[in-house]
Design a protein around this ligand. Structure first.
Ligand SMILES: Nc1ncnc2c1ncn2[C@@H]1O[C@H](COP(=O)(O)OP(=O)(O)OP(=O)(O)O)[C@@H](O)[C@H]1O
Ligand SMILES: [Mg+2]
Length: 291
């Protein structure tokens, strides 16, 4: 079946009567690098949660390569070729870079190949290491990596699983300028042979690396188009400028959201502990830059 790689149709998600997603349609073609933006609470992470099977929608469909994802388990969706990162970092700190990558890769490897595992690393791990530029750090424990390196490791862990669709939730949050630039180049590189959806607030980053942008607001698609079209759109300016005054908002995160507080993994994984990352301020600064 030709057609789009990902087709989201009339999707709605309701949390205790609150419509976090309210009738979203989204079509992403094979090979696209699509940016997803929108103010805090727009529904960006929730949309990713639905696509990856973490949250069940109240209505609508999500088709990946023509197959419906709704109702499938998270691991099943990973096996089908959809990988994601979380808004907060999740790596095994005590394991080395290469061990983290190897573990991620093994998730999709059939048991027989684990049983007769060769010495050395698999091609998928090797490729992930080279793409992310982490080869020099292969034997370092993930716990000593800088914030940026850690994000690249997570992206590497995704690539090692050989997904056809990657969903990245705010990969440059909390990064330095240099790290952002490196990440932009990394995304461009990855997008050569993967379809990628990136959630990002930072307009400067978008200007440099985005082509197609979808803007979400209050659970709906507000605008879709090129970076220039989106930036020029008065509705987008209004949404961002409107938020600029609204500094009192905490940015959520306390409502038992996936990847948020309260249910940290108990298996030696750790979270970055900087869940606030670029929430708020990034939108604030973006606000002034939309025009
Ligand atoms: N598990 C949940 N239970 C209740 N409400 C939720 C839950 N997850 C998300 N929400 C609410 O749904 C709305 C959309 O949240 P979501 O996290 O998808 O926004 P976002 O666009 O990713 O925002 P941010 O830029 O802050 O990451 C918010 O109002 C949020 O508080
Ligand atoms: Mg989010």
């Amino acid at each position: 079946m030709s057609g789009a790689l990902l087709e989201v149709r009339d999707l709605s998600v309701v949390f205790d009567g609150f419509r976090a997603i309210d009738g979203i349609d989204l079509t992403v073609e094979q090979g696209e690098l699509r940016f997803l933006i929108g103010p805090n609470g727009a529904g960006k992470t929730t949309l990713i949660d639905v696509i990856t099977g973490l949250t069940r929608p109240a209505a609508g469909s999500v088709r990946f390569e023509g197959r419906d994802l709704v109702g499938r388990k998270e691991h099943e969706i990973v096996r089908m070729g959809v990988g994601r990162t979380f808004q907060t970092s999740v790596v095994f700190e005590q394991l080395s870079v290469v061990e983290n990558l190897d573990l991620a890769a093994s998730f999709r490897r059939p048991l027989w190949s684990l049983a007769r595992r060769r010495r050395g690393v698999s091609d998928a791990v090797d490729a992930a290491m080279r793409t992310t530029g982490l080869d020099a750090l292969a034997d370092r424990p993930a716990g000593v990596l800088s914030h940026g390196q850690r994000q690249w490791l997570e992206i590497g862990m995704l690539i090692a699983q050989r997904p056809r669709l990657l969903l990245l939730d705010e990969p440059v949050a909390g990064m330095s300028g240099d790290e952002r630039a490196r990440t932009g180049e990394l995304l461009t590189e990855i997008a050569k042979d993967h379809t990628v959806i990136v959630v990002e607030h930072d307009m400067d980053f978008l200007r440099r690396y985005a082509s197609q942008v979808t803007v979400l607001h209050e659970g709906k698609v507000l605008v879709e188009g090129s970076v220039d079209e989106v930036r020029a759109d008065p509705r987008v300016q209004e949404v961002y400028l409107g938020r600029a005054d609204d500094k009192s908002r905490t940015g959520g995160g306390g409502e038992g959201r996936a990847g948020g507080d309260g249910d940290g993994p108990a298996d030696g994984r750790s979270q970055a502990g900087d869940g606030e990352k670029s929430r708020g301020p990034a939108v604030g600064s973006a606000a002034g830059e939309v025009k």
